[in-house]
Design a protein around this ligand. Structure first.
Ligand code: HXH
Length: 338
């Protein structure tokens, strides 16, 4: 039973069923090309782009739900959960949101109304079908001398744009779990800013139920130790933790090689070991961590192709370009069984 054939038939989400949901970000292309893989190994999906503000409301009161609905039906047909991503963010939000007809900036009350109307329309459409929403994405700054990231939301509304978003979200769907989501979540300086922000929301009785750790990780960084410290710190808040956008880049940040046609043996071995260590850790904290979503599913499509280095392909997932399990997959199954 413990040979690789039996492991090959093992489903990721079944292997971790006693620990957390296993999710994948999808888009209309991967829903087609990766549908068998998605159905087999995942029991949760997130729209990579299709539920972002610009995708759902490209111009005022003109909602375009087709692509989002497509993923919702896929999830329903296959008995999968859905994580919503994302309602309030500084990126992929159209300019009209912040402007009057003449292009001049709108005032605080008008922007709060647009925020509420967007959150209301989107969350009510999928009420009861989305178990958790990333209500606010990436509001914390990466700079040491700055707490909140400069944005039009912050500019026009002020610091309470965050608490308002959570209040509107809770009104729209009182049963949805509401998350604050961010990247560089394991960097100590930023970790502490995220911790303080979420703590202050809790102290004001703002309806927030969890912290989303994006987990865009690399082979060596962040260290396992820093990831553990981040998990422990956020867990202190008494909230749920979701790993929301997991991938393990085979490149360190400064590696700008664009000539690799396939990952090296070294990369694949190290990635497998890294996935093993990571899931061992996540499993250890599965009382706090209830959902683990990859930001994709297999190496034929990743947002890391061309980012942050143009012309560089990446191979960040446990399944290869042909959707076959990589060494990383077998390490995950090993950890799940241990
Ligand atoms: C996530 N941002 C988003 O939450 C998700 O919606 C999107 O689909 C992909 C990733 C991660 C991110 C944050 C900052 C960032 C890049 C990605 O900014 C950088 C710009 C240049 C170099 C490094 C980071």
């Amino acid at each position: 039973m413990n040979n690789s054939r039996s492991m090959e038939t093992m489903k990721l989400h079944e292997a971790f069923k006693d620990h957390f949901l296993i999710g994948a970000a999808t888009n209309p292309w991967t829903l087609k090309k990766q549908s068998e893989l998605l159905k087999n190994h995942f029991n949760s999906v997130t729209a990579e782009n299709e539920m972002k503000f610009v995708s759902l409301q490209p111009s005022e009161n003109e909602f375009t739900f087709d692509n989002a609905d497509l993923m919702m039906s896929f999830a329903k047909e296959n008995g999968m959960g859905v994580r919503g991503h994302t309602l309030v963010w500084h990126n992929q939000t159209p300019k009209w949101v912040f402007e009057k007809q003449d292009g001049s900036p709108i005032d605080r009350d008008a922007l709060l109304m647009r925020m509420k109307s967007h959150i209301d329309t989107v969350m009510k459409r999928y009420k009861g079908e989305i178990y958790a929403w990333d209500v606010v994405n990436e509001a914390v700054s990466d700079k040491d001398d700055e707490i909140l990231r400069p944005s039009k939301w912050l500019d026009i509304i002020g610091e309470d744009f965050i608490s308002k978003a959570f209040e509107y979200a809770h009104e729209a769907d009182p049963h949805a779990l509401l998350f604050y989501n961010d990247y560089n979540e394991s960097v100590p300086e930023k970790r502490e800013k995220i911790y303080k922000l979420v703590k202050s929301l809790k102290e004001k009785d703002i309806p927030i139920h969890g912290v989303g750790l994006q987990a865009h990780w690399k082979l060596e960084n962040p260290s396992l130790d820093l990831i553990r410290q981040a998990i422990e710190r956020y867990a202190e808040l008494g909230l749920k933790l979701h790993i929301t956008e997991l991938d393990v880049s085979v490149f360190e940040h400064e590696d700008n090689r664009t000539d690799l046609k396939e990952p090296t043996t070294d990369m694949l071995e190290r990635q497998a070991e890294r996935y093993g260590e990571l899931f061992q850790l996540l499993k250890e904290y599965s009382r706090d961590i209830t959902s683990v979503t990859f930001w994709g599913a297999a190496d034929d499509y990743t947002w890391l192709d061309n980012f942050p280095i143009r012309g560089r392909k990446n191979w960040p997932f446990p399944f290869d370009e042909h959707h076959k399990p990589k060494q990383s997959f077998y390490e995950l199954i090993k950890v799940a069984r241990s």
